[in-house]
Design a protein around this ligand. Sequence first.
Ligand SMILES: [Zn+2]
Length: 153
Amino acid sequence: MEALDITFDARSELTGEVGPVKCGLCGEAARGRMLKSGGMLARSFGWDCPCGALGLHVPLYDLDELYSDVLKVWGLKPRDPEVSPPAPVGESGLLSAVYVDGPALLRSLFAEARSQGAQVAATEVLVRLILPGFSSPASIWDVLWARAPRPME
Ligand SMILES: [Zn+2]
């Protein structure tokens, strides 16, 4: 698995570049950046490949909330996920402990992107966040790739 360090200064701003990772679709080195916009994806990380693919770091446990923003940032039509209504947990009737089925949402997201003509792939990268005086343990990030169809001329 590829490994990457991302370094921040004391004000939580990036110092230097976000390193490249291998494109999930073509295998070329894709350039990293912090997203400036993208709704809830702002300040997430993305990688642009010369082939036109964009890889996004998307935590699958948040995919229910990020779903339509991911499609939009990929240049596709935003859609909301089709999820079954949350079931009450136990006897309490509370809905707070909603289980997010990340893998099912990912399948749904990729099916939606493909239906819009995009090519998709998922890769993993081992990332360590480095802040002044603190380094997080390395964690595995899911990077979701899509290459939107070229707009018609
Ligand atoms: Zn590529």
